[in-house]
Design a protein around this ligand. Structure first.
Ligand code: HQG
Length: 179
């Protein structure tokens, strides 16, 4: 991604996950915005057209966004702070999932488990390398292993976003171990 594409991607994240009003957009209950409305806003603020948008969506390092099959709507695949219902089906998770965090949160996580904080779900990674990248956004990454199989057996629901990020409501401390 060029720096410009990165800026565009950050704008998309901001509008489609957190502040659609900042781009003059409205999202439907499943988080979809009109591609045309988005293009108008992007044209105004970034001089970007449909080809640019398509490139940014397709080459996005974490496949954060998706188009509807007819390309008329676009949404963020996960990571919202506003109220959207992604309509994901509960899915059986792999035996283990991983969470990348940093040292300063460990006491609170040991005490209260993983919480969704400002997002709609706790975000978990399918592999250690991905969890390391997530944790590294905040400092030296610390990897936690989540016993997803036992959680699922105990009735906790898991969802997987189209880009492979696993989502769950909360992870109680008992299911968390250091890597
Ligand atoms: C921590 C990015 C204290 C948690 C990434 C994390 C991911 C606690 C932070 C996605 C806690 C929340 C999500 C507790 C959790 N006490 N701290 N009880 N429970 N935390 O950003 O997982 O680039 O909401 O460890 O790549 O870091 O946006 O979650 O450090 O996929 O597409 O509280 O966001 O993707 O931070 O990242 P976040 P996350 P995008």
């Amino acid at each position: 991604m060029t720096t410009d594409d990165k800026t565009l991607s950050k704008t998309l994240s901001y509008w489609l996950r957190h502040r659609p009003d900042a781009g003059g957009l409205t999202l439907d209950a499943q988080g979809w915005a009109s591609t045309d409305a988005l293009l108008s806003a992007l044209g105004r603020e970034h001089g970007a057209d449909f080809d640019r948008l398509l490139t940014v969506v397709e080459t996005n390092d974490k496949q954060r966004f998706e188009f509807s099959p007819d390309l008329e709507h676009i949404r963020a695949r996960q990571g919202h702070s506003i109220d959207v219902e992604l309509a994901l089906e509960p899915t059986a998770p792999p035996a283990q999932l991983f969470h990348g965090t940093v040292d300063r949160f460990l006491d609170a996580i040991r005490e209260g488990g993983l919480k969704k904080m400002r997002r709609h779900h706790v975000h978990l990674s399918p592999d250690v390398a991905t969890a390391e990248r997530v944790g590294a956004r905040r400092g030296k990454p610390v990897i936690l292993v989540v016993d997803a199989a036992r959680m699922a057996a105990d009735g906790h629901l898991f969802f997987v976003a189209g880009n492979g990020v696993w989502l769950t409501d909360a992870v109680p401390p008992d299911y968390i171990a250091p890597a």
